[in-house]
Design a protein around this ligand. Structure first.
Ligand code: SDX
Length: 428
């Protein structure tokens, strides 16, 4: 019997079973041999919300929640945020290694050559209500892209997969920028391929009658760093969605659209928008203690705090807090910052939060920067979705290439009524 194993005694039968331990896990399917008798289906694990279940093996992102570590393909997030560009990091996430100079040049060129969308897709977007939420537009438009590229359904073809990955990564800023312009009743701005990935996005947001938009280099770099920090985060809720939909061999546009839908929830990517709403509701630093009291009695949550994995300070929140100082140099300090700092100061000392190991997460400070860059709150989750498309696509590609994966189909514990007779309506 290997020492890397569990010996389980079933007290119902007195039988013992040896179950192997692999990578800190036990194969759930090994439990099926544990039966009361031959008619028994065998044991399963019960794990609502996957609190303690590994659904895949992945080499993309590593998180150590206790030590506040986040690495992309082995590179610390802090180093990548300092040294790399978002497109360089998206290449790393998707293909596994940092590109050399030639590979990066080709990658940047490929992305630039695919920033335009089909004019019919523009017409599709123009069909939305004048005040449609940009995130709703993004989720639907990404899904609609599968009808423009029907060949994307051939997910077994590697070259085809790469073409769709480039298309989606290149078009996310265009769709995002046009969603913003739509809600403001402004004409859509076409991509400017002379600009960087983030510079082009800012142009599609900000450009008016000037012949060429010139992005502020500090804000352009700040956005690039924010995109790096948001690019992937292992098996979070939206990645679980992209993997779940992708496991049925649906095309990548449909799978990424499902992920964007998951991200829109306030407990996930929607939290950055919820943080600004919360800070505005608090309104003044002096009212922070009253708000904290309400949270502790269960009246709402401290948005931007807490994390399923991080039980220490989210390293991204640290990096974003530091970045905010550079942005505020250009934009002027966001008046809500002092409320956020006071919330953090009190929460990090308060037993309720300390005992539950609740710290600022990626969403706590990001919204303050976005607001100072004049993005409206309804764009914050869209700003999360653009870079996270790189992570979703990397995770989707890894899933498609993983021989251990097949269609996702969890079991359940049935707690409904036993079989019963149909009662005609006259007798009900
Ligand atoms: C993201 O998974 C990822 O990696 C996500 C993400 C990514 O990059 O993909 O990191 C991005 O989604 C960051 C999280 C953004 N969401 C928020 O900021 C919303 C506020 N935070 C939470 O709602 C909560 O902390 C979650 C959803 C993030 C995590 O929830 P868990 O792990 O399911 O924890 P829980 O809800 O079971 O809470 C445990 C306890 C509870 O108290 P008790 O029932 O034990 O008394 O902590 C409390 C909760 O009430 N709690 C909070 C709290 N978060 C948890 N109490 C007050 N404020 C909070 N923010």
């Amino acid at each position: 019997m290997s020492k890397d194993s569990l010996t389980i005694t079933d007290n119902r039968t007195g039988k013992t079973y040896d179950v192997p331990i692999e990578n800190g896990t036990i194969p759930a399917i090994a439990l099926r041999k544990i039966k009361k008798d031959e008619t028994d289906f065998g044991l399963m694990t019960y794990d609502p919300a996957f609190m303690n279940t590994a659904a895949c093996k992945s080499s993309i992102t590593y998180i150590d929640g206790d030590r506040g570590i986040l690495d992309y393909r082995g590179y610390p997030i802090e180093v990548l945020a300092e040294e790399a560009s978002f497109l360089e990091v998206s290449y790393l996430l998707i293909y596994g290694d940092l590109p050399n100079a030639r590979e990066l040049e080709l990658w940047e060129h490929e992305i630039k050559m695919h920033t335009y969308v089909h004019e019919n897709l523009k017409g599709f977007m123009e069909g939305f209500r004048y005040d449609a939420h940009p995130m709703s537009m993004l989720v639907s438009t990404v899904s609609a892209m599968s009808s423009f590229y029907p060949e994307a359904k051939d997910i077994e073809d590697g070259e085809n997969r790469n073409k769709q990955i480039v298309r989606l990564l290149a078009k996310m800023p265009t769709i995002a920028g046009w969603s913003y312009r739509h809600r403001r009743g402004l004409p859509y701005v076409y991509p400017d391929n002379d600009l960087s990935y983030c510079g082009n996005f800012l142009s599609m947001i900000r450009k008016f009658s000037e012949p060429k938009f010139q992005p502020d280099p500090i804000l352009e770099r700040a956005l690039d760093v924010l995109f790096i920090l948001h690019a992937d985060h292992e098996q979070n809720c939206s990645t679980t969605a992209v993997r779940g939909v992708g496991s049925s061999k649906a095309d990548p546009y449909t799978a990424v659209s499902a992920a964007a839908g998951a991200l829109s929830g306030p407990l996930h990517g929607g939290a950055n928008e919820a943080v600004l709403v919360m800070l505005r509701e608090i309104g003044d630093k002096s009212r922070v203690p009253e708000f904290i009291k309400k949270v502790k009695t269960g009246e709402g949550r401290l948005m931007g705090f807490g994390h399923r994995v991080y039980k220490s300070y989210d390293p991204r929140a640290k990096a974003i807090k530091k970045l905010s100082e550079q942005v505020f140099e250009v934009t002027g300090k966001n008046p809500l910052l002092e409320i956020a700092l006071e919330l953090e100061r009190i929460a990090l000392e308060d037993e309720y939060f300390v005992q539950r190991r609740l710290y600022p997460n990626v969403d706590f400070y990001s919204g303050l920067i976005y607001e100072s860059m004049q993005f409206p709150t309804d764009m914050f989750t869209v700003l999360f979705a653009i870079p996270r498309a790189a992570g979703w696509l990397a995770q989707w590609l890894e899933l498609v290439n993983d021989p251990e994966q097949k269609i996702s189909r969890p079991r359940q514990v049935y707690v409904g009524p036993a079989r019963r007779e149909y009662v005609p309506i006259q007798k009900r």
